[in-house]
Design a protein around this ligand. Structure first.
Ligand code: HEC
Ligand code: HEC
Length: 268
């Protein structure tokens, strides 16, 4: 009977171990030197990504991976009472000059005749927050992201001071009354939806909630749909996303018609 022992003296063992080492070296050379040199993609994302790809696991676990453009994200703006402080008259004057670049879409007096939002009488902290969000790419809009890029912090503050100084008297504020749509007046308690007037004025105005009376209907519908789908997601603590999440198309249409229609009611 033969005794099989693994011994370096055994030529078969010597041969197989040498072959194993040689194969390993060959594989490393092919994988890390030859393939990357003929196929640029192999090293494009770095060694770690190559290893992960070979093993079949994603190198970055977020959706889209590192290379995909980031979707709009949560805002970085912290609302601050100082944003509300009335600015000096030089601020308003400077803002008025800067606003000449905005009239084409937002109207000569901040009342839009297209489907862009009105800015006349808008709360200063809203204009500041939204412009900062666009500038940081937190709120998506190719037009506004491009425009806000060239605005300095001072420009943004002055624009806000100017717009808030314009009369919003052409749109009537909402006051509580039984004829208001239910969503506006009492919300939908079973779906955890607070009434619009508890934040947008009427009963209370939460810091950062925009003046929406008299806004173009198309704009209101678009924004509510964007909150619903998460396309607009820079609202602090998801306040509007929580409201819009379960709204139906018909409900969005109803509240938008209501708020857009407030313009006609204003007599002053
Ligand atoms: C070419 C048209 C255009 C111009 C010019 C323009 N805007 Fe806008 N703006 C828009 C549109 C459209 C929106 C809505 C975008 C969206 O869906 O987020 C908007 C949104 C805004 C908002 C958000 C309002 C809200 O209620 O949330 C602010 C603030 C604003 N613009 C300020 C400005 C200022 C200040 C300027 C000038 C420096 C300016 N815009 C120039 C088209 C324009
Ligand atoms: C809990 C408070 C709260 C409630 C309730 C609420 N909102 Fe808002 N809403 C906000 C805030 C805050 C924003 C500003 C979000 C941001 O920073 O982008 C906003 C933004 C909006 C905008 C975008 C306006 C613009 O100019 O950009 C619309 C439209 C809107 N709300 C409609 C409604 C409607 C309609 C209801 C009722 C069905 C409602 N909201 C209920 C807090 C609220």
């Amino acid at each position: 009977m033969h005794e099989y022992r693994i011994s370096w003296r055994n030529p078969l063992v010597r041969w197989s171990i040498s072959m194993l080492v040689a194969l390993t070296v060959l594989c490393l050379l092919v994988g890390f030197l030859w393939l990357p040199s003929v196929h640029k993609d192999f090293t494009a994302q770095g060694l770690w990504a190559s290893i992960c790809r070979a093993a079949g696991v994603p190198s970055a676990w977020q959706v889209g991976g590192a290379a995909a453009p980031l979707p709009p994200q949560a805002t970085q703006v912290a609302l601050d009472r100082s944003m509300v402080r009335s600015a000096g008259s030089d601020s308003v004057g400077r803002g008025a000059t800067l606003a000449l670049n905005c009239t084409m879409c937002h109207g000569a007096q901040g009342m839009s005749t297209s489907n862009a939002p009105n800015l006349a009488g808008q709360y200063p902290e809203v204009v500041i927050k939204q412009l900062r969000d666009y500038k940081a790419g937190k709120r998506a809009s190719p037009i506004m992201v491009a425009i806000s890029k060239s605005l300095s912090e001072r420009d943004i503050d002055d624009l806000a001071a100017y717009y808030t100084s314009l009369p919003k008297a052409r749109t009537a504020p909402t006051t509580y009354d039984e004829s208001l749509p239910a969503l506006v007046r009492v919300g939908a308690p079973l779906r955890n939806i607070a009434p619009c007037i508890s934040c947008h004025g009427g009963v209370d105005q939460k810091l950062g909630a925009p003046w929406i009376e008299g806004m173009p209907k198309v704009y209101l519908v678009e924004q509510l749909r964007a909150f619903r789908s998460g396309g607009r997601r820079s609202d602090i603590e998801g306040q509007m996303r929580a409201v819009a999440r379960t709204l139906t198309d018909a409900e969005i249409d109803e509240v938008s018609t209501f708020y857009a229609g407030k313009a006609a009611v204003a007599g002053r």
